[in-house]
Write a new protein. Structure first.
Length: 382
């Protein structure tokens, strides 16, 4: 029998039971779940294995590649700089990054990057992993590229480009890399075990990422000029790149964050708790409120499902996340199912990180099941 380690309050016992059941069935390989309620970690659970061979246990300090849940850290970094007056959501990106004005991008604003409406959802081909790993090259290519649709008119998920765009903005206004900024301004104050990329000293505690069977080539019948196709081809990172030294050393602010549920919950509880975390007022309540300024609301040009985008996060929407309540709730997910949910009305932060990737556009069946269990508890008691 696989034992789930960690702590949970009595009311969240169904969450522990669900994690244990998934580990026993083999649907989960290794995973962690956390629920922070107004600064109190009511759920801090982990269990299973850190490797596919099931020889290394998932420990309290095990971390894993977070894929797109990384974007929640990058978006929080931008909000911190907005709060400090270093960035303005409604100013053109080119105000901070002059080269970006090329090819008709002079009016693209910072908010368009955060809401995936800039028209730069992928890199123009040819663009390789070598180019992606070379930060200056990746930024220069985006600066020289024309948008693929009218900026601000619709969202098209910036699968891998958003991290580069945000990282360049952070570098331009602070002189620091996004990796450094997240480490010193978010992870440090929050005492959160999260990072962009992964320090070599932490490599021994990184869980192996186990992906579903890869697709054999591109699906048939796709429009080669369509946003979906161009974005997919223009986003070169794939499952096989994860858990390599080049991946871990890179700064890919959209996809290569590393952490666990506890670390994510601690860092992002700053949003749920109106800017306050670990005794620090990380950002103001007014800046947190900006997240809920709707920037796009419709079928995303890449994801193909309705997404209501605020500033840096998706907003609760019954069309795509039926287990989330209405109100001031925002979230984002990563490939395979990792997630962070920030519920400002209940001052609750829920997070889940795992190493066996599931299927699904916005979370896996496991993700949605844990989310349902959490809100069954919150809905019956709050």
């Amino acid at each position: 029998m696989i034992t789930v380690e960690g702590t949970s309050t009595d009311r969240f016992e169904p969450v522990r039971a669900a994690l244990e059941a998934h580990l026993e069935s083999g649907e989960e390989l290794g995973a962690s779940i956390a629920v922070d309620v107004d600064g109190v970690m009511e759920v801090d659970l982990w269990g299973g294995y850190a490797d596919e061979a099931r020889t290394v246990p998932w420990e309290q300090d095990t971390v894993v590649n977070l894929w797109s849940t990384t974007k929640t850290l990058s978006s929080l970094a931008v909000l911190l700089l907005v709060d400090r007056g270093a960035l303005d959501l409604h100013r053109p990106v080119a105000h901070y990054w002059p080269e970006f004005a090329a090819r008709g991008k002079q009016d693209i604003e910072v908010r368009h990057v955060l809401a995936h409406t800039s028209g730069l959802s992928g890199w123009q081909q040819p663009f390789t992993m070598d180019d992606l790993y070379d930060g200056p090259t990746a930024s220069a290519r985006l600066a020289a590229q024309a948008p693929w649709w009218e900026p601000g008119s619709a969202s098209g998920y910036h699968v891998q480009t958003q991290g580069q765009l945000v990282g360049e903005l952070v570098r331009r206004v602070t002189g620091r890399t996004l990796t450094e900024f997240v480490d010193t301004e978010i992870a440090g104050p929050a005492r959160a075990d999260v990072q962009i990329g992964a320090r070599e000293a932490d490599w021994p505690r990184i869980a192996e990422s186990v992906a579903p069977s890869p697709l054999s080539g591109m699906p048939a019948g796709l429009d080669p000029e369509g946003i979906f196709t161009r974005t997919l081809l223009g986003s070169p990172a794939r499952d096989e790149h994860v858990d390599t030294s080049r991946w871990r050393r890179a700064e890919l602010g959209a996809v290569n964050g590393h952490g666990n549920a506890r670390g994510l919950a601690r860092a992002l509880s700053a949003v749920s708790r109106s800017g306050r975390v670990n005794g620090h007022q990380l950002l103001s309540a007014d800046t947190v409120d900006k997240i809920f300024d709707v920037q796009a609301d419709g079928v995303d040009l890449f994801l193909g499902v309705p997404v209501r985008w605020g500033m840096g996060f998706a907003l609760a929407d019954a069309r795509t996340m039926p287990h989330l309540p209405t109100g001031r709730v925002c979230f984002w997910v990563g490939r395979g199912g990792s997630i962070v949910v920030m519920d400002l009305d209940r001052r609750v932060t829920f997070s889940y990180a795992m190493n066996r990737l599931g299927d699904g556009i916005l979370g896996s069946e496991r993700t949605l099941g844990y989310l349902r269990q959490v809100y069954d508890v919150l809905g019956s008691t709050d």
